[in-house]
Design a binder for this molecule. Structure first.
Ligand SMILES: Cc1cc2nc3c(=O)[nH]c(=O)nc-3n(C[C@H](O)[C@H](O)[C@H](O)COP(=O)(O)OP(=O)(O)OC[C@H]3O[C@@H](n4cnc5c(N)ncnc54)[C@H](O)[C@@H]3O)c2cc1C
Length: 430
């Protein structure tokens, strides 16, 4: 049976490891951290079907709670829109370490081997393929390396240019986040429970504040690197609005990077496939990083199983990239375009959109501009006139959204360098 090494115990790597081990593959996961240190000390919003798809149900009430509704606020904090319906019933807030333990326990029960405390330094390159990974002390050879080592993966960064896999995630595709749990003086959930702030304190990005019984969960998310002053300002503003939030930090308090938007254009090579943050698969605002990662792992495992006894070449592994982008690419394209457009706006532009009902709960909740009647269309167009200066940028974003359709349909089903190069030109325009 083929030998698989999973670099990093990222969620996508674990889901692929689990499904491949179920089919009898020899799978080893190499993880830099100890098992105890793994993951983050907080809850994340996850899409349940991604777990169900791999046969796991995160249902322990000690670690899982529902996602009821959320309220969006404009930069001037004069307006609030609540989103309560739609797909929220399939979202859950789940303890990150519980998720990882669930995955690791199931992997171990299925025969996956784990080596914790192994810091991978790069890929072993032989000729034009990845033949394994190495740490400072040892080589681990494999038929396939699954790169689940996150945004700064040393495996991805060590691939040669001929692989066509980009080494760095570009800064305009990153959100810098600060996350911490503060003491809740009320000791009960607040009525205004989950809140999302656009351009909070005037800084382009998105912050959230969620009041649970025992803590207040604060996330400060920025389109540019966060300074201590940015964090202090956002936290102080939240304490001003939510007097039940004390300044005692119970958990977290670190800054991390999240890659968001569309995936890197190529995430497979001979003997190599990236999943999750290593391939930049997260979409903002949809609780998608973990779910996309799990789904990528599942699609990759299915591809590898279909490849069977044949070699795990770029050509064969391309079916994984193809199936992943067909399934999730389109929504990622629109989020990527939206993030790029938002980053060009000033806080007062966003305020205007909120206050003149150009952006309402309908658009924010659904991620699309939709008109329920010609009157509504007219109202929005008329309201937009004083902001006509933004029209070229908006038109640019709309054009890109339309291009997303053609990018999706031009995605080559079979890999050949020429056809791929043509598609890449289109993809890079998004
Ligand atoms: C503040 C914050 C809030 C978030 N909120 C959500 C949310 O609500 N919902 C959601 O779905 N997602 C959320 N995300 C995104 C989510 O964390 C990622 O998208 C998700 O973890 C997918 O990443 P991954 O599984 O690919 O890799 P990661 O979770 O980044 O895991 C990579 C693993 O590789 C290991 N590793 C790294 N380098 C090496 C090395 N050299 N050798 C060996 N091992 C290595 C790391 O230790 C780590 O265990 C959030 C992220 C942050 C930072």
């Amino acid at each position: 049976m083929k030998k698989i090494v999973c670099a990093g115990a990222g969620h996508g790597g674990l889901s692929a490891a689990l499904l491949l081990a179920r089919e009898g593959y020899d799978v080893t996961v190499l993880e830099a951290k100890s098992r105890k240190e793994l993951g983050y000390d907080w809850h994340d919003c996850v899409w349940l079907p991604a777990f169900e798809d791999i046969g796991l149900v995160p249902d322990n009430p000690d670690f899982v709670y529902p996602f009821f509704h959320y309220t969006y606020h404009n930069p001037a904090e004069t307006m609030a829109f609540s989103v309560t319906k739609g797909s929220l019933d399939r979202l859950r807030m789940v303890d990150r370490r519980y998720i990882l333990n669930l995955l690791i326990d199931e992997c171990k029960n299925t025969g996956v081997k784990f080596e914790f405390g192994k810091n991978i330094t790069g890929a072993i390159i032989e000729g034009s393929k990845v033949a394994g990974v190495h740490t400072a002390r040892k080589e681990y050879r494999a038929d396939l390396v699954i790169d689940a080592a996150g945004i700064d993966s040393p495996v991805r960064k060590s691939l040669p240019p001929v692989s066509g896999v980009q080494k760095e995630i570009s800064p305009d595709k990153i959100i810098w986040t600060y996350r911490a749990y503060y003491e809740n003086r009320l000791n009960k959930p607040a009525p205004d429970y989950q809140n999302i702030y656009f351009f909070h304190c005037g800084k382009p990005g998105m912050d959230w504040l969620i009041t649970e019984k025992d803590f207040v969960d604060v996330l400060v998310g920025s389109f540019s690197p966060l300074t201590k002053e940015d964090i202090d300002r956002a936290v102080a503003d939240f304490q001003r609005i939510y007097s039940h939030m004390s300044d005692r930090i119970l958990k977290g308090g670190t800054v991390q990077k999240i890659p968001i938007g569309k995936a890197i254009p190529k995430f497979v090579w001979n003997g190599y496939a990236a999943v999750g943050d290593s391939a930049s698969m997260t979409e903002p605002m949809s609780g998608s990083g973990i779910s996309r990662s799990l789904s990528a792992g599942k699609i990759l495992a299915e591809t590898v199983i279909n490849i069977g006894k044949n070699e795990l070449t770029q050509k064969n592994l391309w079916h994984y990239e193809y199936d992943y982008l067909k399934k999730h690419g389109e929504s990622a394209y629109s989020d990527s375009i939206l993030r790029e457009f938002l980053a060009t706006l000033k806080p007062e532009d966003l305020d205007y959109f909120f206050e003149h009902k150009i952006m309402t709960e309908k658009e924010i909740g659904g991620g699309k501009i939709r008109f329920s009647s010609p009157a509504e269309f007219l109202q929005k167009v008329t309201a937009f006139v004083p902001k006509a200066g933004l029209l070229p940028r908006m038109a640019g974003a709309v054009l890109k959204l339309r291009k997303a359709e053609s990018v999706k349909s031009a995605l080559p089903k079979e890999f050949s360098q020429n056809v791929y190069s043509c598609w890449l030109k289109l993809y890079n325009q998004l």
